[in-house]
Ligand binder design. Sequence first.
Ligand SMILES: O=C(O)C1=C[C@@H](OP(=O)(O)O)[C@@H](O)[C@H](O)C1
Ligand SMILES: C=C(OP(=O)(O)O)C(=O)O
Length: 435
Amino acid sequence: MTVGNLTATRPQQPWAAPTASDPVTATLRLPGSKSMTARALVLSALAGGPSTLHGPLRARDTELMAGGLRAMGAHVSVSDDERWLVRPHPLVGPAHVDVGLAGTVMRFVPPVAGLTDGRVTFDGDPHARVRPLGPLIGALRSLGVRIDAPETGSLPLVVQGTGAVAGGEVVIDASASSQLVSGLLLAGARFDRGVVVRHEGPPVPSAPHLRMTVQMLRAAGAAVDDSVPDIWVVEPGPLAGRSWEIEPDLSGAVPFFAAALVTGGEVTLQGWPHNSLQPVEQLRSLLQRMGAAVTLTTAGLTVRGTGTVRGLSADLSDVSELTPALTALAMLADSPSTFTGVGHIRGHETDRIAALAREFTGLGADLTETADGLEIRPRPLHGGTFRTYADHRMAHAAAVVGLAVPGIELDDVACTSKTMPEFPALWSAMVTGKS
Ligand SMILES: O=C(O)C1=C[C@@H](OP(=O)(O)O)[C@@H](O)[C@H](O)C1
Ligand SMILES: C=C(OP(=O)(O)O)C(=O)O
């Protein structure tokens, strides 16, 4: 099978990270949450009636999700930036799903393919083939789905859908990614016997993302029990079409908030809801411990810095996707930092622990990899080339350091299109005071 999307060969876009000469002051309206958009698309495609997503994220990951569901027969209209429409339609193969480098697409769509009548093939960017997928393949097989996959338990996959999945109880080691559980739960209500997922192994990371899955399933009418740690029960039943309000993407906002800390400025994210499905309290606590003031007012979520960043020792397993931006902050702090609990991010878009250590060492930093995190001892940095490894959050980290360190050039900023194509423009506007 050929690689579905040769994004690795797309033209790279070098970018000089702008340095901030003044404190940044910005009020931003950022795109919708990647995680909520992905879940809303899947639940809508499996629902009994039409749905509308208000304020979705338009980025590579979510367009691939829409494209994958469309390939299997769902009617997904993304022509209006503010409102995406999904009309469910019987899911049929043959279909091909390009997962790009999106964990959400490679873990959420194969269970949906099991419900499809026909053959569905999956492949993605070269690095997608080494991201963990084996536990999901094993779980789906034991729930009655026929899957052809390499012995390595990775992409490319062929799901031989029959239009129905028996479902029932399954044991999975989801320590490599919470998405392995979320994928089973999102489709599980439509399995004949629903699904009972029992995790066995080292801790599952990203608990807030699992809570988001459960809350969105319930909002779509599913009966879900997550009262016992590491066991999730989704009863069989219909899912309702509905209107989804997608919150602004909190993870995408973090580099902008980091800019407030680094420069002693103030950044407000507009349109922040009072009741969020994203881990805003965990973020608030981390940023406060690093020296920021974080407030939620009618204007939005505001982060104010003093220009002095404090070192931090923290277990980041709940918010592991923030590790690159927090590592950038830690390198500019007044004392050392230790981050733990994120060994699984070695399986993210790139091995983030190794990539952060390698690239920032190249800019003069003193940081060491541990099995499950990083130790960072701040010292003066210098400019140079920073490789992003097709990882949007590596680009964010370099941009944050670039605010304080002149001469950092990213080899490719276009990788930010994975979750925020407008990142370079928004970032430059913030630094030059035009946002
Ligand atoms: O379910 C989701 O939307 C996500 C879950 C997390 O994955 P991991 O548990 O693999 O870290 C997170 O890092 C990723 O960016 C999005
Ligand atoms: C880990 C991430 O993405 P994915 O959904 O591809 O796993 C991320 O966005 O930081």
